[in-house]
Write a protein that binds this ligand. Sequence first.
Ligand code: ZN
Length: 618
Amino acid sequence: MNVIGRTDPHAVHQDIYDAHPDWIMVDANGKKVRHWSDKDYWVTCALGPYNFDYMTRVTEEIVTLYKVDGIFSNRWAGSGMCYCEHCRENFRNFSHMELPATKDPQDPTRRQYTIWHEQRLFELWSLWDSRIKAINPNASYIANAGGGALSQLDMAKIGKIAPTLFADRQARRGLMPPWMNGKNGKEYRATLGRKAIAGIVSVGLEEEWRWKDSVQSGDEIKLWMVDGIAQGLRPWFTKFNAKPIDKRWLPVVEDVFKWHYANEKYLRNLDPLANVGLVYSQQTATFYGGPDAHAKVEDPALGFYQALVEARIPFEMVHDRLLDADHLKQFQTLVLPNIAALSARQCEQLTQYVETGGSIVATFETSLYDEWGKRRDNFGLTNLFGASFAGRLEGPMNNSYLNLEKDPDTGRYHPLLSGFEDATRIINGVHRAIVMPVNDGHTSPSPLTVVPTYPDLPMEAVYERTKETRDPGVFLRDVGKGRVVYFPWDLDRTFWEVLDVDHSKLMRNSILWAARVPQPLTIQGRGVLDVSVWSQQNSMTIHMVNLTNPMMMKGPVREIIPVGPQKVRVRVPQNKRVTEVHLLVAKADLSHRMLDGFVEVEVPSVALHEVVALDFQA
Ligand SMILES: [Zn+2]
């Protein structure tokens, strides 16, 4: 058993304020900041002597006296921008500038601040880790940090320096599907690889009003936990206030941990076997998204994530600073959901990836900006897209559509439009880039053409105005040994907003067409499942988390609605022979068929979670 000490340096009492007023955070108006939740406390500055000197000594004292294996600190990175005397002086020494008054990421002062702020926090991390290791070389500092595109500190760097990481997203709140917990796991693994990571799960409601002694519905607690487990997070439950006032959570947590222990050998994952990667980009969020990063950067990713879950396509997250051949060798297809800010080097890596047989699916402004969020004259990936930027964006667009076009040679729809056989028109997105085709002979005729926006009121005015040559709604290309699908509009973002089933199908089909080879896992049956497929030492597993629920997009769930049967077809790694197949939740054995390197089984029913485990011959 390892024991980890927890510190939380974000707030102090009045006596500390009186002794060291310069340790307290200062707001933009020059006022020291009281704690938002408890007015007896003051909020500290994270980047000055409180953390660098005082908390360093506190950390050393804990490690010396209590021999802990690590220190985990919560809320260590500040509570917003601080204007204290130390921040002003240190930033001036770094940049010869005053602290920025704007959040515009294109403002030179703001850019310098972003760089300085990140550098300062990594300095603090490194200071605490080195002081801990000087006392106990086997112990580490573990920051409560990291996440996806919207997180502050570069995950590629965290992946190198962190021995482990804990995803502190304790439960759902607001509108949030249960797969959000698994997404944490995928984001962490993208840069931490096989290092152990955990998902912190609370047993209570996590809404704005902070009922810290509450207990959620048991099924909701389990659903959140198992979705993390399915995507590689080790379970960790947390309970504020060690007094169990309402004990309903105890048997729920006990069940999950007992199951986890009983099936441990099938949960010691080596590698995920998915071959689709969904790219996330912190630099795009910071320098292109800025204050609008959620809408412009995260929402497109969430849209594609939801579409991939609906399509039951197993996939991983990929960090945009890890696009080298070694990190990408697992992937047949990469998805770039409006990954707008990419350096010339990153564009080169993606081009190389496609030339040598990888495929990409990209949307909207992908590669139109450099790594600092500065707009280019043309897409960095124009040669892959077969499209060049015509200098203009359009949107928000009301009432715009895409016509479905048959291939002029065959008179049939392209495989991108599979499932649309009875359709002639679907809705367009809300924003688009105006682009010109590059006529180099590698682009197929576009199966989608844009119907420009036309009036939506009054009723008698609602008709299409122009029938001129239509812009392509998608570019489909064979480039080198790979394939490229480029949608010059916000398909993924609009999907997250509207959830139109046509857009979901379009995203699914784009991946299946781009990949060229069958997916490693297909599961046929009713319902919404979050799936994953893993290898272990002498087995492989398929996780199915049943999200089919009227409370899928906003918890807590009331009951679990079982779905079944599910026909599972999974590719077995070469040179492996499957001896037995087990269901780890239903505790049953299944008969299986082997066909062309794939194993087929039928799972009678999935309640909240099922794991199909395939034993290999030793
Ligand atoms: Zn400060």
